[in-house]
Design a protein around this ligand. Structure first.
Ligand code: NCD
Length: 302
């Protein structure tokens, strides 16, 4: 049985197949409308979410399946002190596959050890968010036509932003990817990513978004992760460190695309939404197709 705990759980070839499947789902949704008849997805969300949870739920419904679950720790037995290991053993009796989001790094991995159904890590603390990475890869491949030979700027909270950590992990496997890591010094990528994952790759760490703009093929904006700060003052000091607006967009290539895992706070001004290069709402739609492809793959229905 397979789980999705990290973006590296699929080989590059398997990822290609998964993204091909997602594109086929986009083109021929009717072909897939009953593939999960009689199957259940459990969404176990111990941390707030709108997109990820509803995107998994919509994906399962589009496949003809059903959904059960909870959307906060306080409404689950975690509030009574139940461990994720016990919860997953029980959920394994109710559902065929589950997506788990948890504030503690590694919780979905711990769950997978006791699970008899596939576990999808839907975000674990400041660590990883592999299904968002699948979404990002599908968006990039669909809009740029490739996953190699690109300069990608990752901007904002690179320390706590789990989507950034997972995306870097995934992209280092493609040829000629250059990373421009744009953040205040306090919010740089964690050293385990800089020293282990990025060690043999081309990357630079800068603090000016304006300076980086002209060379980027992709700009991946992120929110400052308020809930992971130890004190509110630091958050307030850094929350508006980058604001992408129309003026900054004039510095970018005509075919650059702007991505954001959402939710956005202030880091992209709404005036940018109408720019044809703003792709973050299209990214949300790709998230449903790729999660449909993921569910089918993990349930071995393809
Ligand atoms: C992201 C997350 O939860 O890490 N959101 C999402 O799943 N699309 C990004 C964020 O919360 O900033």
């Amino acid at each position: 049985m397979r789980h999705l705990l990290s973006p590296l759980d699929f080989s590059v070839e398997e990822l290609d197949q998964l993204l091909d499947l997602a594109n086929d789902i986009e083109q021929h949704p009717d072909k897939y409308a009953h593939k999960c008849n009689g199957k259940k997805l459990a969404t176990l969300f111990y941390e707030p979410s709108t997109r990820t949870r509803l995107s998994f739920e919509a994906a399962m419904m589009n496949l003809g399946g059903n959904v059960i679950g909870f959307s906060s720790a306080s409404s689950s037995s975690a509030a009574k002190g139940e461990s994720v290991s016990d919860t997953i053993r029980m959920i394994s009796c109710y559902a065929d596959i589950c997506a788990m989001r948890h504030p503690k790094e590694g919780a979905p991995m711990v769950a997978s050890l006791k699970s008899s159904i596939p576990v999808i890590n839907a975000g674990d603390g400041g660590h990883q968010h592999p299904s968002q990475t699948l979404t990002d890869l599908l968006t990039i491949r669909s809009l740029k036509g490739r996953l190699d030979n690109m300069t990608i700027g990752l901007c904002g909270d690179l320390k706590f932003g789990r989507t950034v950590h997972s995306l870097i992990n995934a992209l280092v496997r493609y040829q000629n990817i250059k990373f421009v890591l744009i953040s205040p010094p306090e919010l740089r990528v964690p050293s385990y990513i800089r020293d282990n994952v990025l060690k043999n790759f081309e990357f630079k760490e800068v603090s000016s978004l304006e300076d980086a703009m002209p060379e980027l093929d992709i700009l991946y904006m992120t929110r400052v992760q308020r809930e992971r700060f130890f004190n509110e003052e630091d958050y307030i000091r850094m929350k508006d460190c980058y604001i992408l607006d129309k003026a900054k967009m004039t510095l970018a290539k005509d075919d650059m695309i702007v991505l954001h895992p959402l939710p956005r706070v202030n880091e992209i001004s709404v005036e940018v939404d109408d720019d044809p290069r703003a792709a973050y709402f299209r990214q949300v739609q790709y998230g449903v197709y790729v999660r449909m492809a993921l569910i089918l793959t993990l349930l071995e229905l393809v």
